[in-house]
Design a protein around this ligand. Structure first.
Ligand code: NIG
Ligand code: MN
Ligand code: MN
Length: 319
């Protein structure tokens, strides 16, 4: 089914700028990314979620609404090594505190992208994007399967399993997804990798245990243990038919990602995350990915945006 373009989705391609080199085979992203059109061949579809509301509700440092533009700017000059297409499908904007409306709008934009066979990569926005991404994937799969086996892999210093009864925010998306799975009668399969014990309360660790979350703490990420974590991840993926990858940039050390709401004193370096991302990318089950919490207002030398762009680049290198 072709991806329907909503009437308000004017796609601003002006951010896709950068140097051009005269030699053949020197293309960069800004020369290859195309605005998404109806009926386009399946490819990778970027979709921005310009939203600060979840971080504001979670008492964080706002500015993630500027994330999608900062990430496009960082992607624009990267060297193009991909065979398939990359499309820009515009942004969803959150008006003030209207987080739920923005999440619904994102889900409504994602479902037709998935229906059309694209791999959507959502550019956040705070981590409330995860609930919106999930809703879009659920909307897509519910038409096709009675009980889809979806694995959620979150690279994050935080569980984001806070109780949504108090307030829904960037700290609650996976608890909201767990509740949604109960309502739908679907299994909740959640892996949270890079968790900081210092940044998550006992209550959150208990909730993760109750929900049978696959947890790997930041301190477990050492070069000699990556193979073991990789095997754990492969086992997790083997039990799923569909994988949703969500990357909270605060999983990276503050030196690599200062431009987030809650920078990590320790974190897990990009170099250690790369082999895991390759496993996910090459699994054949990746349906949807998002990157959350990029906050250009607190970035230094665009470090966080560059790290995020590098992650998108890696994710899109498989065809
Ligand atoms: N998405 C963010 N989650 C973290 C933020 C922690 C903080 O602000 O210190 C959380 O809610 O736990
Ligand atoms: Mn986090
Ligand atoms: Mn998070």
């Amino acid at each position: 089914m072709p991806a329907k373009m909503p009437p308000d989705s004017a796609i601003d391609m002006s951010l896709w700028q950068g140097r051009t080199d005269p030699e053949p085979g020197s293309d960069r992203w800004h020369q290859r990314v195309q605005p998404l059109t109806q009926g386009a061949q399946p490819g990778c579809a970027l979709l921005g979620f310009a939203c600060d509301a979840g971080v504001a509700r979670n008492q964080g440092r706002v500015g993630a609404a500027g994330g999608p533009a900062a990430l496009r700017r960082a992607l624009a000059p990267l060297a193009w090594h991909r065979h398939g297409s990359v499309y820009d499908s515009g942004d969803v904007h959150c008006e003030g505190d209207a987080m739920e409306a923005a999440q619904q709008a994102l889900a409504d934009r994602l479902a037709p992208l998935l229906d059309a066979g694209h791999l959507p990569i959502v550019l956040g926005g705070g981590h409330e994007v995860a609930y919106a991404s999930w809703c879009g994937l659920a909307q897509h799969l519910t038409e096709r399967e009675t009980s889809p086996q979806i694995g959620i892999i979150n690279l994050d210093a935080h569980f984001d399993l806070r109780d949504p009864q108090h307030v829904r925010s960037s700290g609650t998306p996976f608890a909201q997804i767990a509740d949604d799975c109960v309502r739908r009668g679907w299994p909740f399969r959640y892996a949270c990798l890079g968790v900081s014990r210092a940044a998550n309360t006992q209550a959150l660790f208990q909730r993760a245990e109750q929900l049978n979350v696959l947890v790997r703490e930041d301190r477990e990420f050492r070069a000699y243990r990556i193979d073991a974590i990789q095997r754990d991840l492969e086992r997790f993926i083997a039990y799923c038919d569909h994988v949703y990858l969500t990357i909270d940039l605060d999983v990276l050390p503050a030196a690599e990602a200062p431009g987030v709401s809650a920078p990590a004193a320790r974190g897990v370096s990009l170099a250690l995350l790369e082999p895991l991302i390759e496993v996910i990318r090459d699994s054949g089950k990746l349906r949807l990915a998002d990157l959350a919490e990029l906050n250009p207002e607190f970035d230094l030398d665009n470090r966080t945006a560059r790290a995020a762009a590098r992650l998108v680049h890696l994710l899109t290198l498989n065809d």
